[in-house]
Design a protein around this ligand. Structure first.
Ligand code: NAP
Ligand code: ZN
Length: 349
C-alpha cells in the first residue's frame, strides 16, 4: 500500500482536512499518477452531502484529475513514465458486458466503479482526486494532448465529456438550435462545444449577470429565466436543450421551449425527482432524456477535439485550503466557471 496525502471531508458539512489515504500497490496493468490539478464538480458536493444517498466518511472527492504518470505496472502498454494523463468519473468497469464492449463503460451493466465513494474490485473504498497520487488501471486513463495545460485539462474529464457526449449523440451541428440551461462548470463547456460544432447557441441563465461572458464563450443569444417573458418569446424554438442545473427546476417550462420532435437532455443531477407533464411531450413528440459522462474512447475524442479547436475551460485555480470556500461559491452560482485545486499546495495545511 502507498500512503498519500489528501483533503477529506469527515461529514456532510465538511470542513476539509488534511488526511492520509491508501492507494493499492501497482498491479500489472496499473499506472501511478502524480496528480497536479483536480477540478471541483458540483457532483462532489451532491455526493459528500449525501444528496444522492448515504456515503461513507472520510471521503476524498475529485473526478477531474490531471497529472503525470510516475510509475507503471509490469504489463502496461498504453502509458510511460512522464506521460500527461487524465482520469475522470470512473476507474473501472466489467469490460465484458455489451455496453463496455461498445465503449460505453459509464453504462456498464455490472456497474462501473466510481472514482470516489465506491468499492472497487479489490474491495477497497475508492477515494478521488483531491489527493497527491492515484493508482488506476491503464484502460481508464486518457492522454492529455500537448496543447492543453494540465490545470485547464482537469475540468474536461467531467464537465467536458458530460456536455460533449450528449451534443454528439443528439447531432449538434450547423442546422441545430441549442439551448444550454445554467452557466456553471458544465454549462460553459456546453456553450463552447455547441458553438464549435456550428450550432446556434442560446444560454438560459437565472439572471443576465453573466451575459457578457456567455456571448464571449460562444453563445449567440442569452436570456434570463427569472423573466417570464423569456418563456413566451422562446416557446417551441429549440431542437435540443441541455439542462445543466444542479437543482430542481420547473422542467415543464423548459420542455415548452422545444420544437416539434425536440429533446431536452438532463445532465444536471439534483437528488429530488423532476415531475414531467407528459402532455407536453405527447403534444409535440418531444423527448425528455438523460446522459451520464461519456465512455473512455469518447473522452479521448473530446480531449483531441479540444486540442484541435483550441477549447479550454475557464478556470480559477485555488489552494487546497480553499476547498470549503470554493464549494460555497459553487453553491451560490458564483463560479466562473470551474474551480481547480492546485495539488502542489496539498501538504501546506
Ligand atoms: P455548477 O457549476 O454549480 O453549475 C450549475 C449552474 O446551474 C449554476 O451555475 C447556475 O447557473 C444554475 N443553477 C444553480 N442553482 C440553480 C437554481 N436553483 N435554479 C436555476 N438554476 C440554478 O454545477 P456543475 O458542476 O456544472 O454541475 C451541474 C449539475 O450536473 C450537477 O447536478 C452535477 O451533479 C451534474 N453532473 C452530472 C453529470 C452527468 O454525468 N450527468 C456529470 C457531472 C455533473 P446560472 O447562474 O447561469 O443560472
Ligand atoms: Zn463531475
Amino acid at each position: 500500500m502507498l500512503t498519500v496525502n489528501a483533503r477529506a471531508t469527515f461529514g456532510p458539512q465538511g470542513p476539509f482536512k488534511l488526511a492520509q489515504i491508501e492507494r493499492r500497490e501497482l498491479q500489472p496493468h496499473d499506472v501511478l499518477i502524480e496528480i497536479k490539478y483536480a477540478g471541483i464538480c458540483h457532483s462532489d458536493i451532491h455526493t459528500a452531502r449525501g444528496e444522492w444517498g448515504p456515503v461513507k466518511y472520510p471521503l476524498v472527492p475529485g473526478h477531474e484529475i490531471a497529472g503525470i504518470v510516475t510509475k507503471i505496472g509490469s504489463e502496461v502498454t498504453k502509458y510511460a513514465v512522464g506521460d500527461r494523463v487524465g482520469v475522470g468519473c470512473m476507474v473501472d468497469s466489467c469490460g465484458t458486458c455489451a455496453n463496455c464492449q461498445h465503449g460505453e463503460e459509464q453504462y456498464c451493466l455490472n456497474g462501473m466503479t466510481g472514482t470516489y465513494g465506491d468499492t472497487d474490485k479489490y474491495g477497497q473504498y475508492t477515494q478521488g482526486g483531491y489527493s497527491t497520487h492515484i493508482v488506476v488501471t491503464e484502460d481508464f486513463v486518457v492522454r492529455i494532448p500537448d496543447g492543453i495545460e494540465l490545470d485547464a485539462a482537469a475540468p474536461l474529464l467531467c464537465a467536458g465529456i458530460t456536455t460533449y457526449s450528449p451534443l454528439r449523440h443528439w447531432n449538434a451541428g450547423p442546422d441545430k438550435k441549442i439551448a444550454v440551461v445554467g452557466l456553471g462548470g458544465l454549462g460553459h463547456m456546453a456553450v463552447k462545444f455547441a458553438h464549435a460544432m456550428g450550432a446556434e447557441v442560446t444560454v438560459l441563465s437565472q439572471s443576465l449577470k453573466k451575459k457578457a461572458d456567455g456571448l464571449e464563450l460562444g453563445a449567440d443569444h442569452y436570456y434570463a429565466t427569472s423573466d417570464p417573458e423569456t418563456f413566451k418569446l422562446l416557446a417551441g424554438s429549440f431542437d435540443l436543450i441541455i439542462n445543466t442545473v444542479s437543482a430542481t427546476i420547473d422542467i415543464n417550462a423548459y420542455l415548452s421551449l422545444l420544437s416539434l420532435g425536440g429533446t431536452l437532455v438532463n445532465v444536471g443531477a439534483p437528488g429530488e425527482p423532476l415531475p414531467v407533464n407528459v402532455m407536453s411531450l405527447i403534444g409535440h413528440r418531444r423527448s425528455f432524456a438523460g446522459s451520464m459522462i461519456g465512455g473512455i474512447r469518447e473522452t479521448q475524442e473530446m480531449l483531441d477535439f479540444c486540442a484541435e479547436h483550441g477549447i479550454v475551460p475557464e478556470i480559477e485555480v485555488v489552494h487546497a485550503n480553499q476547498i470549503d470556500e470554493a464549494w460555497e461559491r459553487v453553491l451560490a452560482s458564483d463560479v466562473r466557471y470551474r474551480f481547480v485545486i492546485d495539488i502542489s499546495t496539498m501538504e501546506n495545511a
